[in-house]
Design a protein around this ligand. Structure first.
Ligand code: MF3
Ligand code: CO
Ligand code: CO
Length: 249
């Protein structure tokens, strides 16, 4: 069941979303060779707490940390640990805040120092894929249209779209309906209507779309161990288009 939000609720949600976006800005300068993903987790955690919010992932279905850090072949839900970032890595930091009753969810893939051209191009394509989805949502089309637009773009570049993890409605709950798949058929799925608030968060792979779940029951990796990249925004559908709630500056 999709929970539609009033304009007042969307205004409230934007506060949580803007804080989540501020966390990604705050951590940016620390994404350098030598920092551990645990240190990234702590910096994000402390910033969230000091702003009067809580990190939604912590203890969510038993998740042990405050953010997800997904490096190179990790598709999503990487758990921060003592791994030190190396020049040439790509790392997605996924931040969700709970503030004044609402969740705000966003993520970004950072380049660590100088990275290969293949990595840089994949990361750029992942960000572009997110924005293609946002542009499609502006037309008040359907959830299937959003997925189709993303899939068409990604596959034309020779990359692939992960199927098992999707965008999602968000509000008082971290994950709500609808499932926002990043692949699909035009004119299928729920119509995109004012009052909907959901994330778009395409995970795109350099090689095949196949994934594996590691023994920690969280970390998702590409089966072929080739790179994967992801960007995420929380968007609200308004009368005249879209408000990207996690966009700052
Ligand atoms: N933030 C992720 C998302 O985009 C969900 C992370 S769940 C966690 O939906 F438990 F791994 F944190
Ligand atoms: Co999300
Ligand atoms: Co997220």
């Amino acid at each position: 069941m999709i929970i539609y939000k009033s304009p007042e609720e969307i205004t409230q949600m934007k506060e949580s979303c803007q804080l989540a976006a501020a966390v990604l800005k705050h951590i940016e300068a620390s994404i350098v060779p030598g920092i551990t993903t645990d240190e990234i987790n702590t910096i994000c955690h402390d910033f969230i707490i000091s702003n009067g919010a809580t990190p939604s992932p912590l203890n969510y279905k038993g998740y042990p940390k405050s953010v997800c850090t997904s490096i190179n072949q990790v598709v999503c839900h990487g758990i921060p640990d003592e791994y030190r970032l190396r020049e040439g890595d790509i790392v997605n930091v996924d931040v969700t805040t709970f503030y004044k009753g609402y969740h705000g969810d966003n993520s970004k893939t950072y380049l660590v120092g100088k990275v290969s051209r293949a990595a840089r191009e994949l990361v750029n394509a992942a960000e572009e894929a997110l924005w293609i989805g946002i542009e499609e949502a502006k037309k008040h089309s359907t959830i299937g249209d959003i997925g189709h637009a993303i899939q068409k773009f990604v596959e034309a570049k020779g990359y692939s779209v992960v199927r098992e993890y999707c965008g999602h409605g968000i509000g008082k709950n971290f994950h709500e309906d609808p499932h926002v798949t990043h692949y699909g058929r035009p004119k299928t799925g729920a119509p995109v209507k004012p009052g909907m608030v959901f994330t778009i968060e395409p995970m795109i792979n350099l090689g095949s779309a196949e994934i594996i779940l590691l023994d920690d029951d969280w970390t998702v990796e590409t089966k072929d161990r080739k790179l994967s990249a992801q960007f995420e925004h929380t968007i609200a559908i308004t009368k005249d288009g879209v408000d990207v709630l996690t966009l700052i500056d």
